[in-house]
Design a protein around this ligand. Structure first.
Ligand SMILES: Cc1ncc(COP(=O)(O)O)c(C=O)c1O
Length: 397
């Protein structure tokens, strides 16, 4: 067995199941699942139509590199979305099977475990759990940069000079899961300055980039271009899961440094992660259409507009920059007890922030917060918000 497997922790949802085992919700109450960030709006017909129209292509082995037309569609989308950003469709774009597997396999491609000193991967804390698992399985050590109030973005000062020297890869997640915070130009400039100093690769996870309210989130490649930089050692990851309500399609792409993508393609060729052709055609249709994305944003905006004022009665709360999450500060600070109370008293499932974070010398920045995913239908989200307020008022934890 790979000994690195022993370092992996149980996934947050498994920990949540354990934490609520033996707690019964009220009799007859229908559970309201707000713990998992799984989009629930319907998958647009243009996607399902393109999928079925191309179903005969299941008879063909797809190439790992993806169809040139799909790569072109992705590059054109980047161009429209990021104010004229120009990427080479054939060398700077690679289709992947959703961002999860790509975030994982990219780490296996780029980490050099045979370096003189054990490689370090820097992760935000709290964070999307794949970053840590991928790093550990690649033989790296993970060092965390806490995301604390008020910005909820990584505090790079948490990383010591000695650790920076060993850092091969830094993960950023903007818009951030769980806080929804978006890195601005100044924050990118600071990270690029560190990159120039220490030479690490940046993996920018941007799968929530299309779920925003007012301002389109800045992307990593866009920030680099605006600062007059190339894409050296910079790769962004995106997907159709949230943008197009198609988490089951398993489709996304990575874009950026052509040399890194060449190595990544080689890795993926052996790993066996080519996208099936019907999915490639459905993905093309999705990347070429913005109307369904605007409608999707409208639905999330409607939910936030209805729910934030209800929660604001009791909680210190503000609209996130982007994403469909509310990162809610728990009165009294016990996120785990509050999660259990919500389940016991209201059949509401949320995720305790501590399960998304790790203990560090500066604490676990997930502690004291719960993550609420506004993925359920509007009426259910409103009902849940009232119940959450009720539970907070009775809070004895
Ligand atoms: C921050 C973040 N990155 C990546 C993913 C992976 O999404 P997908 O593989 O569906 O693109 C998720 C899914 O919830 C996520 O929250």
């Amino acid at each position: 067995m790979n000994p690195n497997l022993n370092q992996l922790q149980a996934y947050p949802f498994a920990r949540l199941r354990l934490a609520t085992e033996g707690i019964s919700p009220p009799d007859g109450a229908t559970p309201i699942p707000l713990h998992i960030g799984e989009p629930k709006h319907p998958t647009p017909k243009i996607i399902t139509d393109a999928l079925t129209a191309n179903i005969d292509k299941l008879s063909v082995y797809p190439a790992t590199a993806g169809l040139p037309e799909l790569k072109q569609a992705c590059a054109e989308w980047l161009h429209r979305r990021y104010d004229g950003l120009t990427v080479n469709a054939q060398t700077e774009v690679l289709p992947v099977l959703g961002s999860r597997e790509a975030l994982f396999s990219f780490v296996q491609t780029v980490i050099n475990a045979a370096a003189d000193k054990q490689p370090i991967v820097v992760c935000p804390n709290p964070f999307y759990q794949i970053y840590e698992g991928a790093a550990l399985l690649a033989g790296a050590r993970v060092v965390f940069a806490n995301c604390n109030a008020p910005r909820f973005l990584p505090n790079w000062a948490d990383i010591s000079e000695a650790d920076w020297q060993q850092t091969q890869l830094v993960f950023v997640c903007s818009p951030n899961n769980p806080s929804g915070a978006v890195m601005n130009q100044q924050e990118w400039a600071e990270l690029f300055a560190l990159q120039d100093q220490y030479g690490f690769i940046i993996a920018s996870d941007e799968c929530y980039s299309e779920i925003y309210f007012d301002q389109k989130p800045l992307g990593a490649l866009q920030a680099a271009a605006q600062l007059g930089r190339g894409f050296d050692k910079l790769v962004m990851f995106t997907s159709l899961s949230k943008r197009s309500n198609a988490p089951g399609l398993r489709s996304g792409f990575v874009a950026g440094d052509a040399k890194l993508l060449e190595a990544f393609l080689l890795y993926r060729t052996y790993h066996g992660s080519a996208m099936s052709l019907p999915i490639q055609y459905a993905s093309m249709a999705a990347w070429q259409d913005e109307q369904h994305v605007e409608e999707n944003r409208r639905l999330y905006r409607e939910k936030f507009a209805a729910i934030l004022p209800i929660l604001a009665e009791t909680f210190e709360i503000q609209q996130p920059d982007a994403s469909f999450y509310i990162w809610l500060k728990v009165p009294g600070g016990n996120d785990l007890a509050f999660t259990q109370t919500l389940w016991r008293e209201a059949a509401i499932q949320v995720l305790p922030g501590r399960f998304l974070g790790r203990d560090t010398a500066n604490g676990n920045a997930g502690m004291g917060y719960v993550r609420i995913a506004l993925v359920a239908p509007l009426e259910q989200c409103i009902a849940a918000a009232h119940k959450i307020v009720g539970c907070a008022k009775n809070l004895t934890v």
